[in-house]
Design a protein around this ligand. Structure first.
Ligand code: CP
Length: 304
């Protein structure tokens, strides 16, 4: 059971609850590997995904996780709903509450939108990514993937390279991983490093070599061109040259290092194609972890 009604970010989830979610997800993943796709955990519950931004992985894995646990699951995309007619977020939430919704999973371009919704509805709210703020279920699935590979998170050295400023995944990864005792190294162009990052508990590195040296995990982040008003670096080709990761950069990391990326990936920009497809790349494993983690979150959040 989780102590709060909602899951809005990993910054405010205690370490013990992160451990509980990850342990539950390990069991869910074992069941999925055995081919089990019908559990009773969410019998009688209804789950709605309310997405104001595009998604493949997050929306689909929450929908599958709900259905694998016997919930009634439905999706609203903002472009085809009454949001497009000017309905406010709170009015939309109250409308969904009136339809006996138990869980609303929301992705929104504005940081803080899930928290506002959570304050105004009876349903549990799960943040599926809000602006540049947090993406807690992605942070948890990243941690599950690392924990399964290395046994524990404490002491792991994780290098995160790329567009940290616009990345809600980076924020959730930093909050979650540092809470669990991992070291996080960050490297990005100074224009793509958020202000106030010094207080997040991660190490800000001044070179790709410094960030990757001896790392157990090398994580690339997508260049979020859609959130840039322009002029944050000269060109995509130069970005790859100075901040991208290829096979030779991976040699700087620990000999057993893995490659991760939350997806979607811009091939040849943040990671070379050969790094994405390398044997040590766990990008597809992250997607598998995503279904299990979302099953764990939904199950724990709706348990009374
Ligand atoms: N990682 C992630 O959030 O992917 P989607 O945008 O496809 O959901």
């Amino acid at each position: 059971m989780l102590s709060k009604k909602d899951l809005l970010g990993l910054n405010d989830v205690p370490k013990e609850e992160i451990e509980l979610i990850l342990d539950t997800a390990v069991n869910m993943k074992k069941l999925l590997k055995q081919g089990v796709k019908k559990l009773p955990n969410l019998q009688g519950k209804s789950v709605i995904t309310l997405f104001y931004e595009n998604s493949t992985r997050t929306r689909m894995s929450f929908e599958l996780a709900s259905k694998f646990m016997s919930a009634v699951a439905a999706n609203i995309s903002a472009s085809s709903s009454s949001v497009a007619k000017g309905e406010t977020l709170i009015d939309t939430g109250k409308t969904l509450d009136s339809m006996c919704t138990d869980v609303i999973i929301i992705r929104h371009p504005v940081g803080g939108a899930p928290a506002l919704l959570a304050q105004n509805v009876k349903a549990s709210v799960i943040n599926a990514g809000d602006g540049m703020n947090e993406h807690p279920s992605q942070g948890l699935l990243d941690m599950l993937t690392m924990k399964e590979r290395f046994g524990e998170l404490k002491g792991l050295k994780v290098a995160i390279v790329g567009d940290i400023k616009h990345s809600r995944v980076a924020k959730s990864d930093i909050f979650g991983l540092t809470k669990m005792g991992a070291e996080v190294n960050l490297f990005a162009p100074s224009t793509l490093m958020p202000s106030g990052i010094d207080s997040f508990g991660a190490k800000i590195c001044s070179s790709r070599e410094e960030a990757l040296s001896g790392a157990n995990v090398v994580m690339g982040l997508r260049l979020q061109l859609e959130r840039m008003k322009g002029g944050l670096f000269p060109s995509v080709a130069e970005y790859h040259e100075f901040y991208g990761i290829n096979d030779s950069h991976l040699k700087l990391a620990d000999s057993n290092a893995i490659v991760m990326h939350p997806g979607p990936v811009n091939r040849g920009v943040e990671l070379s194609s050969s790094a994405i497809d390398a044997d040590v790349s766990l990008i597809n494993e992250q997607v598998k972890s995503g279904v299990a983690v979302r099953m764990a979150i939904l199950s724990l959040l709706t348990k009374k």
